[in-house]
Design a protein around this ligand. Structure first.
Ligand SMILES: Cc1cc2nc3c(=O)[nH]c(=O)nc-3n(C[C@H](O)[C@H](O)[C@H](O)COP(=O)(O)OP(=O)(O)OC[C@H]3O[C@@H](n4cnc5c(N)ncnc54)[C@H](O)[C@@H]3O)c2cc1C
Length: 386
């Protein structure tokens, strides 16, 4: 954030490591992403070289320890997500999926062999992972999933399909959640396994610089070593989502900040009725509320980051952050779009790209309604899911 827009100087709260991460990621996106991102968004692609670059920077699984992971604190991870998403939500999504949804379950629930085989390569960006939970018929209600795995001798046979899977077709390893006789289990399914196919979903108007795929498992035979031994039940995938949502509640503050900066810059240079539109009270009121809401979301992210560092962060606190900050970010992006008016609908400026990206961000990793239900349940003691 520039000195002019960071009126509360919230970044002064960051320690040296967190500032170093901020500056490193910011300079990477300035050099390697921002000059091209509008074209990638328009073309609907994110070059693999960018993912390799993020791995080289040490951003994949950076909040994990050992196996080639950087082992930073959670606020440093949050700051990295923020700076990535200030460039594009697709970049942060790729990093969230790799570190929190694919590496985290292996790190937390995997066997020693699984960790050694996958984590160092994934941390370096040499192997890409994806996370398959959502199905065509089951999104918010993953407990009802149809994808299932059954024992056949010492092997497992996996059948079913997963939908809307980030990085699906480019992944070297898919972490797939399937119903078994003993409950939901996680399976590591390598690219090329017989009966496993991935098809990209096209015509998305959100997160275009991000690969989204459908995964199909047609009686895929897996060895017994493919199952994650350390967890059974929905708490496995839900714990991964809590990790990833933490990155989102930080990340979206980056997208919002980029939109505020674009709006301030436009408002001070665009003239109508003989003066800069930033000199009109109505524009200043918009900018002031955008800034205030951004500061609130940044302070919330920082607070939750410090709770995570203290080891006390709970899933409902993460739901609160994801619900609040994703909504704030999309509101800021849409208001910024009105200040840029016609120019706001083109990819020449970042705001429509961020606004469109945030449509997916308010939906994935728990829709607004699902997070509201989690908070409502915590407040009232009553579950309103059914
Ligand atoms: C770009 C993109 C990338 C994604 N990446 C991944 C990924 O990598 N891996 C993965 O597993 N999934 C991924 N998803 C899927 C995402 O997590 C789901 O879309 C999300 O969980 C919502 O599921 P759904 O779309 O099926 O909506 P549904 O669950 O069908 O919900 C439809 C509407 O009904 C509402 N609703 C549902 N239940 C209730 C209720 N009890 N009370 C009130 N309202 C309710 C919802 O809030 C929503 O408004 C991705 C999605 C997108 C768009």
């Amino acid at each position: 954030m520039t000195a002019e827009t960071d009126l509360l100087r919230i970044d002064d709260q960051l320690d040296d490591e967190e500032r170093l991460v901020r500056d490193t990621v910011r300079s990477f996106t300035a050099d390697h992403v921002l000059p091209e991102i509008a074209d990638w968004f328009e073309a609907g692609m994110l070059p693999r070289s960018v993912l390799t670059g993020l791995g080289k920077l040490g951003l994949f699984g950076m909040h994990l320890t050992g196996y080639g992971c950087a082992g930073t604190g959670p606020v440093a991870y949050g700051v990295a997500c923020r700076e990535l998403e200030a460039a594009d939500s697709g970049l942060r999504s790729a990093t969230s999926v790799q570190g929190s949804l694919a590496m985290f379950p292996i790190w937390k629930y995997g066997s020693e062999e699984q960790k050694e085989e996958w984590l160092p390569r994934m941390a370096a960006g040499e192997a890409i992972g994806c996370f398959g939970l959502t199905e065509p018929d089951y999104g918010s209600d993953p407990a009802s999933m149809r994808t299932h795995a059954a024992r056949d001798g010492s092997d497992w046979v996996l059948s079913g399909s997963k939908m809307w899977i980030t990085n699906g077709s480019i992944a070297d390893i898919a972490v797939v959640w399937a119903a078994t006789e003993s409950g939901i289990r996680g399976f590591l399914v390598p690219r090329g396994a017989r009966g496993f196919t991935a098809r990209d979903i096209h015509k998305k108007l959100s997160l275009r610089a991000s690969v989204t795929s459908e995964l199909v498992f047609d009686s895929v035979r897996l060895p017994s070593s493919a199952v994650l031994p350390g967890v059974t039940g929905l708490r496995g995938p839900l714990s991964c989502l809590t990790e990833a949502r933490f990155g989102i509640l930080w990340g979206v503050t980056g997208a919002a900040r980029a939109c505020l900066e674009a709006a301030v810059s436009y408002a001070t240079t665009r003239t109508q009725f003989g003066k800069a539109i930033g000199g009109f009270q109505l524009t200043q009121s918009k900018l002031a509320w955008m800034a205030v809401s951004l500061y609130q979301s940044q302070l919330l992210a920082l607070h939750l980051g410090r709770l995570k560092a203290a080891g006390t962060l709970t899933p409902v606190q993460v739901s609160t952050g994801k619900l609040a900050n994703a909504r704030t970010a999309i509101d800021i992006a849409r208001t910024a779009r009105t200040i840029l008016a016609a120019n706001g609908v083109t990819l020449e400026y970042p705001v429509i790209r961020h606004a469109n990206n945030l449509e997916a961000v308010i939906t994935y990793e728990g829709t607004e309604e699902i997070h509201a239900l989690a908070i409502g349940q915590a407040l009232t003691g009553m579950s309103a899911y059914r």
